[in-house]
Design a protein around this ligand. Structure first.
Ligand code: NAP
Length: 315
């Protein structure tokens, strides 16, 4: 084993996460993939593992800058920032942190549905501003329990969302590439048909090029003027231009969003809308879950350095 095998890459790591990694394995740190080439060539050659956290692309060029690289351990289940084909071609293993965050992200989806339909932010403002005592009851909101929910992508997180919404007595519809075993949930072969059948369309797909604009302008149109779109997946999975236009022209009722095309500098048109609830990509952002993600990332790194099977490999 080399003396400094680990590169901690990404400004998004918290001090705590950074300290945990560097205490366990001798490491150096860079703020972004772009800073890699600034490292001394002798050091770059010794690095065998990258602990990665962030959205900036980590591609063939970055991999080529680290000739001894054998593992990219991603912090997060979504690894769309990492060029998986380039990694596989160079025999570089990639790991992620699945499952430990399912509950939190599903909770966030439910929170966005409730915040959007029951107008929780408007209610908070109504009380704080004194409008309650001045004008009385605020305009009525919309019922969630018993409504129709459509999940786009019934994977690990999508299923947790569906289970929670079933407990709200909602009628569950879903779209996945293949029909799945469910307790009688209604399958739709395409996202447009799904959007046309539901009140809340919840996007839980993986990100990346293959699912870019999967929720198309046509699907957003099919949702209709009483429909609400929730996205906790990646900004790329929804046609953001079509979504903004539909929200501005009130062709859909609203949206609850945790993810955007450009993060954190999101399209400012979102900030001017009163029919959206916006969150700062915080689906997994609880103390408990971030700790579990950090532990799983470290477990993958340790396993790789010890020559053991990787706990959560992607390739
Ligand atoms: P997962 O179990 O792999 O499920 C992903 C879903 O995406 C599956 O339903 C799968 O479809 C679908 N999918 C994958 N490739 C596709 C393709 N080429 N075309 C159409 N559908 C495709 O992943 P997960 O663990 O639930 O995570 C889902 C995503 O949530 C992550 O990738 C990440 O981007 C996002 N996420 C967001 C946050 C947040 O903070 N907001 C936190 C964690 C994760 P099938 O059902 O047909 O296989």
């Amino acid at each position: 084993m080399t003396d400094t095998p680990l590169l901690i890459c990404g400004a998004a790591f918290t001090e705590d996460e950074r300290a945990r990694l560097s205490t366990a394995v001798s490491s150096v740190s860079v703020e972004s993939p772009a800073a890699l080439e600034g490292l001394a060539p002798g050091l770059r050659e010794r690095l065998r593992v990258v602990a990665y956290k962030g959205q900036a692309p980590f591609g063939a060029r970055e991999m080529a800058a680290l000739p001894g690289l054998g593992l990219i351990a991603n912090f997060g289940v979504g690894y769309d920032a990492i060029d998986l084909a380039a990694a596989t071609a160079r025999d570089i293993r990639v790991t992620n942190t699945p499952d430990v965050l399912n509950d939190d992200v599903a909770d966030m989806a439910v929170g966005l549905i409730l915040a959007q339909a029951r107008c929780l932010l408007r209610g908070d403002g109504w009380v704080r501003s004194g409008r309650w005592s001045k004008y009385g009851e605020m305009p009525l909101a919309w019922k969630v329990s018993g409504a129709r929910a459509g999940i786009v992508g019934l994977g690990r997180i999508g299923r947790e969302i569906a289970d929670r919404l079933a407990a709200f007595k909602m009628e569950i519809h879903y779209h996945s590439r293949q029909q799945k075993e469910t307790p009688g949930w209604r399958y739709h072969a395409d996202p447009v048909s799904l959007a046309g059948a539901v009140d809340f369309l919840v996007v839980a797909l993986v990100g990346g090029e293959e699912t870019r604009n999967y929720v198309s302008a046509e699907a957003i149109a099919a949702l209709g003027p009483t429909g609400v779109l929730i996205n906790i997946s990646r900004g790329t999975t929804v046609d953001e231009g079509a979504l903004l236009a539909a929200l501005e022209q009130r062709r859909i009722a609203g949206a609850g969003l945790d993810v955007y095309l450009d993060e954190p500098a999101i399209d400012p048109r979102f900030q001017g809308l009163d029919n959206v609830v916006l969150q700062p990509h915080a689906g997994s952002a609880t103390v408990e879950t971030r700790r579990a993600m950090a532990e799983l990332q470290l477990a993958n790194i340790r396993a790789f350095l010890d020559g053991e099977p990787l706990p959560s490999p992607v390739n």
